[in-house]
Every structure is written in structure tokens, then in C-alpha cells.
Design a protein around this ligand. Structure first.
Ligand code: AMP
Length: 220
């Protein structure tokens, strides 16, 4: 099964995509994590992506599309994938459809996680992430047991440089202009499942897994 997760920055795509991928035994691919890894490793790709990410704007399609489509074509993705952070615009969505069609595959579902703007800004500015395993924490809603250390792997927690209030606002603006049109794109294809993203992590995971099971698609 090939599933796309849609939602604004801070909607919980990463957390939920990781949980649902584990539950459904799918590979979780997060385009933002692929870029951050490339930056950390100092690769050519990372160097090219860095300045865009620092400004909270999209990395050009000429870089992003090849990176993600290359990853999807790897043998471990044969059994299905959850995509988180990709596609981010219509051109990416069309490129994704094209490469899957060549392999006689298609995007089966698009899960849209809906969260209010006020809640998004609050979540982003209080988010801390494990440098090692990418587990996210929230200073109020889900703090780590020991401050600065990941409960899961003991890794160091850090605040993403694009999670400041100003950068988060910019990312939300980019999301509304470039990514939100994908909601209609997948609704038009009869693949959209809309899920309320507010509440505890477990509540939202349960809603997503239930919605995927029921397959009550939203048409617009
Ligand atoms: P994320 O971790 O998904 O919030 O992404 C962090 C940043 O990585 C974004 O603000 C973009 O600069 C870049 N990025 C991630 N995915 C994409 C994509 N599909 N297309 C373009 N840029 C992306």
C-alpha cells in the first residue's frame, strides 16, 4: 500500500507516519529527514538543500523529486510506503504518480491531518527532536523523562533551526500556498481521508488507523 500523509508543519505527520508505518509494516519515508541527514553528512545534496531549509521555503523540485523518487524505488519499498513531507506541491504529486504508474502502482490513500493554526504554532515553537532517532518531544505535552535526553535511545535533543516562531510562520505560509492544493488533488482522485489531528498522539493514531480501515473517502 502507498500512502501519502498531508498536513501543515506541526500537524504531527512525522510522529503519526512513524507509528502507522510500524503498525501496517510499511516503510516510512520523510523527505525532511532525508534532507537533514544529507546536511549532517555534509553531502552535495545537503549543501544544496541547506539554505532553502534555513529560510523555511521548499527545496527546488529539481533536487527534491529525484531524491524521494530514488528512495521509493529502492527494493525495501516494494511492500509499500508511507510518505511524509512529500509531495509538497502539484508538480511533485504528478511526478510521484508517474513513477508509480511505471511500476504498475498507485497512491492508494492520502491521509490529511487537520490541526488549527494556533495549535500548530504552539506545537512548533515547543518542539524538541532527538538528533539520533528523530523522536519528537514537546516541552509541555510530551516532555522527555530527563531533560535534553531522548527516552527511547538516550540521544541528544535539539530544537530544529526552522522551528522558531518566525520561521514556523513562513513554513505555514508556504504550506498554504503550495501544499494545501494537494488536498483537493487527492480528494478529486477519491483518495482523501481527513483526520482530526488534535488530542493525544495515541488518539490521533487510532483515528488514522480506523479511517484507513474503513476507507471513508472525502470528495470535494
Ligand atoms: P519537514 O521536516 O517535512 O518539515 O521539512 C523541513 C524542510 O525541508 C522544509 O521546510 C523544506 O525546506 C524541506 N523539504 C522537505 N520536504 C520537501 C519537499 N518534498 N520538497 C521541497 N522541500 C522539502
Amino acid at each position: 500500500m502507498y500512502i501519502v500523509f498531508l498536513g501543515a508543519p506541526g500537524a504531527g505527520k512525522g510522529t503519526q507516519a512513524a507509528t502507522v508505518a510500524q503498525e501496517l509494516k510499511l516503510v516510512h519515508i520523510a523527505s525532511g529527514d532525508l534532507f537533514r541527514q544529507a546536511i549532517e553528512q555534509g553531502t552535495e545534496l545537503g549543501l544544496r538543500a541547506k539554505s532553502y531549509m534555513e529560510r523555511g521555503i521548499l527545496v527546488p523540485d529539481s533536487i527534491s523529486i529525484g531524491m524521494v523518487l530514488g528512495r521509493i524505488s529502492a527494493p525495501d519499498c516494494e511492500g509499500g510506503v508511507i510518505l511524509d513531507g512529500f509531495p509538497r506541491n502539484l508538480k511533485q504529486a504528478e511526478a510521484l504518480d508517474e513513477i508509480l504508474a511505471k511500476q504498475a502502482k498507485t497512491i492508494d490513500r492520502a491521509v490529511y491531518i487537520l490541526v488549527s493554526e494556533r495549535e500548530l504554532l504552539m506545537r512548533l515553537s515547543r518542539r524538541w527532536i532527538c538528533r539520533n532517532c528523530q523522536t519528537p518531544y514537546h516541552t509541555i505535552n510530551s516532555p522527555p523523562k530527563v531533560w535534553g535526553k531522548c527516552d527511547r535511545c538516550g540521544g541528544e535533543l535539539y530544537q530544529r533551526p526552522d522551528d522558531t516562531v518566525d520561521k514556523a510562520k513562513k513554513r505555514l505560509e508556504v504550506y498554504l500556498n503550495e501544499t494545501a492544493p494537494l488536498i483537493d488533488y487527492y480528494a478529486g482522485a477519491g483518495k482523501l481521508l481527513e483526520v482530526d489531528g488534535e488530542g493525544s498522539i495515541d488518539e490521533v493514531s487510532w483515528r488514522i488507523i480506523t479511517a484507513l480501515g474503513k476507507g471513508e473517502f472525502i470528495a470535494r
